[in-house]
Design a protein around this ligand. Sequence first.
Ligand code: NAD
Length: 282
Amino acid sequence: MTMRLVIIGCGTMGTGIAEVAVVAGHTATIIDPDNGARTRARERIENNLRRGIEKGRIKEPLETYLGRLAIESAPPKDSKVHWVIEAAPEQVDLKEAIFQDLDARYGPEVWLASNTSSIAISRIKARASRHPERIGGLHFFNPVPRMALVEIVRSMDTSDAYLAAAKALVISLSKTGIVVPDRPGFLVNRVARPYYLEALRMVEEGVAPFDVVDRIMEGAGFPMGPFRVMDLVGVDVNLSVTQSVFEQTYFDERYRPHPLQEQMVHRGYWGRKRGRGFYRYE
Ligand code: NAD
């Protein structure tokens, strides 16, 4: 079944989700208040689709895919929408406000999901009092077109019908969904937190430089070293996720953010998307 998706935020994740949606035959409208972000998003999606066609990974003409894509500054008013997936910055207050608005805007037949990496869905929907049962998490991984896994987050009040619809959507996008409980960091990000944090501590202790840590971990079989992943995810996003898990675990020492993350963010070294993170990019 062809669906209409609205995606909130056209950064790294919003564009990736929109791309896989139009490739799967759905229509996608991405919403972002930032003019520059909307322009960059269109370029990024077009380039990725063009590359996919050149390599034979996807078969339809570029215009067909682009015909299913819209990038706007505000959500559509009509309710002929199947799914709204929020991929705005990892900030509790912002997400709470977005879900309050979405819950008021759309009828109960529209499923709402947050792509949050770490914030409890029950917190995000705290002000969405009309239909909390149609709100859950759909946690895609970066880069979305290449990563098969999606964590489907069941939070307090999330209905069985929601989970069934979420599984159907995930399958339609040719991905694998696993249902996870609404705990800080869900499953993957909780396991991954110490991977980054211990590596940061080791670099500070002088055990090895960051690029050597990466090379050794890659040599040991990890697809990417921790610093390369932080650059891909976004050092800013990674810090927000760490802060959020730290706070939600009542300041469990294991998840304490590292000062180097904060310094990198203040300095503007946000990773690949800014041309510089731990590494430099063209
Ligand atoms: P990003 O910073 O690349 O993009 C966020 C976008 O949201 C920006 O374009 C910004 O202009 C826009 N935005 C800000 N306020 C908005 C609003 N009120 N309405 C609509 N758009 C708004 O962030 P990202 O990396 O795409 O992350 C988005 C979400 O996905 C976060 O919750 C993050 O934790 C999660 N996530 C990120 C990754 C990753 O690897 N980057 C992986 C999985 C999940």
